[in-house]
Design a protein around this ligand. Structure first.
Ligand code: KG4
Ligand code: ZN
Length: 344
C-alpha cells in the first residue's frame, strides 16, 4: 500500500484532525480544529483493578469494544461529521503492542476509507505538547518539561513543537511505578498513585525518612526508594500500616517529589531555561503541582501545568501534536506499524 497523497495546504481553511490514543488502558479520541481542542473523550478500563495492574490481553479486548463508540462520541461532541476531517492521527509508540495495534488499525482504516492522510504520533512527545493546549497560558520556547508517567520519567528540552530532546531520564523505575509499587506494598489497589495523593493530604511528609538516590547528572532512579519502603514495612505489622497510612503516603510522596525537583532544578541551572512544565499521569499529583508552583515562585521560573484531563493518557495531546505535524507535512504511509518501544 503506497503513500496517501499529501494534502494541499490551504491557509484559509481550518485544519480538522481526529486523533486516537490507545497505548495502555485508556481508549481516547479527540477532535482539534486549528490547534483548538473541541472534544476529548476518554473511556477508562475498570477491568484491570482486580488484577493489581494492567493485563495487556484484556486491555486490547477493551480497546476493541471501545474504539468505535469513543471515536463516534468525540466527533459528535465536537459538532463535526466525518466529511470535515482533514487527517487522522494515532499513537504509534511506545505502549502495549496489542493496545497500540487496535488504535493504529482503526486510524489506518478510517484514513483509507476517507482518503485522508495519516499522522503517527509518539506518545511521550505528545505528553510534553499537552502543555500547548491551553491557548491563554502556554509556555514560550525553549521550555523544559518534566514528563512523569507510569512507564517514563524524563526531562525534555523543547526548542520548538517538533524539536524535543531528552536530557535526563530514569535508569530503572518510572515515577508512576514508584507510586504504584509502594502503594501496593501499603496494601492499596492499582493504580496506587491517585490514592497515595489522596491519603498524603492528611499526613505528615516528614514522619518517615526513605532513601533518596545519589545518581549523577540529570538521570533519575526510583528502585532504591521502593526497596527502602519494603525493608521498612517488613519490620512493621498490618495494624501499624493502617494506623500510619496517611503519614506513610505523605512521606513516600514527599520523597518522590524531592527526587524529581532536585533534578529539575539542576536542569534549569545547566540549560538556563526558566520556562518549566510538567506532564504525564504523575503530573496530576497535587503535591507535585503545588511543589512546582512554589519552587517556580521562589526561583523565578514561569511554570505550566496541564489541566487534569490532559495529564493522564488522552487523545487531545495526540491531536495537538498531530496539528504541528500536519503544518510540517509529516504524514505516514499505510504500511506503518506501531512499536512497543521507540527512541526519539
Ligand atoms: O501518563 P499515564 O496516564 O500513563 C502512562 O503513559 O503511563 O500515567 C499513569 C501513571 C500511573 O502510575 C498512576 O498511578 C499515575 O500516573 N498517577 C498519579 C496520579 N494520577 C495518576 N500518581 C500520583 N498522583 C496522582 N494523582
Ligand atoms: Zn502516558
Amino acid at each position: 500500500m503506497g503513500y496517501i497523497c499529501t494534502p494541499e495546504i490551504d491557509n484559509l481553511k481550518p485544519v480538522t484532525i481526529l486523533a486516537i490514543e490507545s497505548s495502555c488502558d485508556e481508549t481516547s479520541a479527540s477532535v482539534c480544529v486549528d490547534g483548538k481542542i473541541l472534544s476529548n473523550f476518554i473511556a477508562n478500563q475498570k477491568v484491570h483493578e482486580q488484577y493489581g495492574g494492567v493485563v495487556p490481553e484484556l486491555a486490547s479486548r477493551a480497546h476493541m469494544q471501545n474504539i468505535v463508540p469513543v471515536a463516534d462520541a468525540a466527533i459528535k461532541q465536537a459538532g463535526i461529521d466525518l466529511a470535515h476531517i482533514d487527517a487522522i492521527a494515532f499513537t504509534q509508540a511506545p505502549g502495549l503492542i496489542g493496545s497500540l495495534l487496535v488504535g493504529a488499525q482503526f486510524a489506518k482504516s478510517l484514513a483509507l476509507a476517507l482518503n485522508k492522510p495519516l499522522i503517527a504520533v509518539h506518545h511521550m512527545q505528545a505528553h510534553v505538547l499537552a502543555n500547548l493546549i491551553n491557548e491563554q497560558d502556554k509556555p514560550d520556547f525553549p521550555f523544559l518539561c518534566l514528563t512523569v508517567s507510569g512507564g517514563h520519567t524524563q526531562i525534555v528540552l523543547a526548542n520548538s513543537p517538533l524539536d524535543l530532546k531528552v536530557i535526563g531520564e530514569t535508569i530503572d523505575d518510572a515515577a508512576g511505578e514508584a507510586f504504584d509499587k509502594t502503594a501496593k506494598l501499603l496494601g492499596l489497589p492499582y493504580p496506587g498513585g491517585p490514592l497515595i495523593d489522596k491519603y498524603a493530604k492528611e499526613g505528615n511528609p516528614q514522619a518517615f525518612k526513605f532513601a533518596e538516590p545519589q545518581i549523577p547528572g540529570l538521570n533519575f532512579s526510583f528502585s532504591g526508594l521502593k526497596t527502602s519502603v519494603l525493608y521498612f514495612l517488613q519490620k512493621q505489622n498490618t495494624e501499624f500500616v493502617q494506623q500510619h497510612l496517611q503519614d506513610l503516603c505523605a512521606s513516600v510522596q514527599h520523597t518522590i517529589i524531592q527526587i524529581l525537583l532536585k533534578k529539575l532544578k539542576k536542569a534549569v541551572k545547566e540549560t538556563g531555561v526558566k520556562n518549566v512544565c510538567i506532564a504525564g499521569g504523575v503530573s496530576a499529583n497535587s503535591g507535585l503541582r503545588n511543589a512546582l508552583t512554589e519552587t517556580g515562585k521562589n526561583l523565578g521560573w514561569r511554570t505550566f501545568i496541564p489541566k487534569f484531563e490532559y495529564c493522564t493518557d488522552n487523545a487531545a495531546m495526540i491531536a495537538i501534536t498531530a496539528h504541528y505535524k500536519f503544518l510540517n507535512q509529516e504524514f505516514s504511509t499505510l504500511d506503518i506499524s506501531p512499536t512497543a518501544r521507540a527512541e526519539w
